[in-house]
Ligand binder design. Structure first.
Ligand SMILES: [Zn+2]
Ligand SMILES: [Zn+2]
Length: 137
């Protein structure tokens, strides 16, 4: 996907722009993401921390402890509830942007599957993709 690219929430209150190429796209089956995705998994685009700028509105954050013991803060629109991006304290160089919030999610083809250990028994996974029971290394 050629940068820059844009995204936002369903109601349009929050808009953002990313000015560098994505680092990776992952499907996350962790239990917390199942709540946020409304099912599973969450499709997240990892982008460099300094490449993401909020251009409209102000997201709300909800912080939980990840299994690393470090904080994970999921940012969302408090009007429409759209999950937008996560601030992962154990990986401060990136934002994990929810693929569904991109204006054009079609290019965000996942390349890896993580937290398969907490996937539901009915989850469908592409056997061609590398899979990790937790977060790799
Ligand atoms: Zn919204
Ligand atoms: Zn997750």
């Amino acid at each position: 996907m050629p940068a820059p690219y844009q995204g936002g929430c369903l109601c349009g209150a929050i808009r953002y722009e990313v000015t560098s190429e994505p680092i990776a796209v992952a499907l996350c089956h962790c239990r917390d993401c199942q709540y946020v995705s409304g099912g599973e998994p969450a499709a997240v685009v990892l982008v460099a921390r300094n490449a993401l700028a909020i251009t409209k509105g102000k997201p709300k954050g909800y912080t939980v402890k990840g299994d690393s013991g470090k904080n994970v803060t999921r940012q969302f629109c408090e009007t429409c509830g759209t999950p937008l991006f996560s601030d992962i304290e154990s990986n401060p160089a990136v934002w994990a942007v929810k693929a569904g919030s991109l204006d054009d999610p079609s290019w965000a083809k996942p390349g890896v599957i993580v937290y398969t250990s907490s996937a539901q028994p009915w989850a469908h996974m592409d056997p061609a993709l590398p899979q990790f029971p937790k977060m790799p290394g």
